[in-house]
Design a protein around this ligand. Structure first.
Ligand code: HEM
Length: 138
């Protein structure tokens, strides 16, 4: 697949590039055998609001635009059938898309942020404290 084309004579715009990244990434996610059905169950109608929200999210993360005001953890905690392995698929598709659209050093910034956020989402979703040790001994 080739990169997206910006309109001629228009200056490079970071939000427009991020919008393209988000759209191409979710196009891939929707075609993925494992992730496609998970998203299809959650986003049943128009995808535009999700794509706009995710563009705001990435603009906030990378450009510090302050456009995103949502709460990612509760949105993922309610996804009961998602496993840790699904995050590896998500991250691989994201890295693939970023590498196609951006210069390597820019792609690396996005991928590094995605990995860090994925780690905190996974902690919120899958990490459970074991039972407290019995202070009185067995
Ligand atoms: C296997 C991995 C993942 C799955 C299956 C998944 C799935 C979803 C779904 C279905 C939604 C929509 C929830 C809704 O609108 O009710 C959502 C929202 C969202 N996801 Fe993920 N996600 C994954 C990983 C990630 C990662 C790694 C990030 C960040 C790097 C992320 C960021 C977000 C954000 C910001 C929202 C919007 C939350 C809100 O404000 O409503 N997701 N995700």
């Amino acid at each position: 697949m080739t990169g997206f084309a910006l309109p001629p004579r228009r200056r490079w715009s970071a939000p427009a590039s991020i919008g393209a990244l988000v759209r191409q990434f979710y196009a891939r996610v929707r075609k993925d055998q494992r992730l496609g059905p998970i998203f299809a169950r959650e986003i049943t109608g128009d995808w535009e609001p999700h794509l706009d929200k995710m563009t705001d999210f990435w603009c906030s993360v990378v450009l510090k635009s302050g456009d995103y005001h949502g709460r990612p953890v509760p949105a993922h905690l309610k996804l009961k059938d998602v496993t840790e392995a699904d995050f590896a698929i998500w991250l691989a598709l994201f890295a693939e898309t970023a590498a196609e659209l951006f210069a390597p050093e820019t792609a690396a910034v996005f991928v590094e942020r995605a990995e860090r956020i994925a780690t905190s989402l996974k902690l919120a979703m899958f990490f459970r404290l074991g039972p407290a040790p019995n202070p009185g001994g067995a």
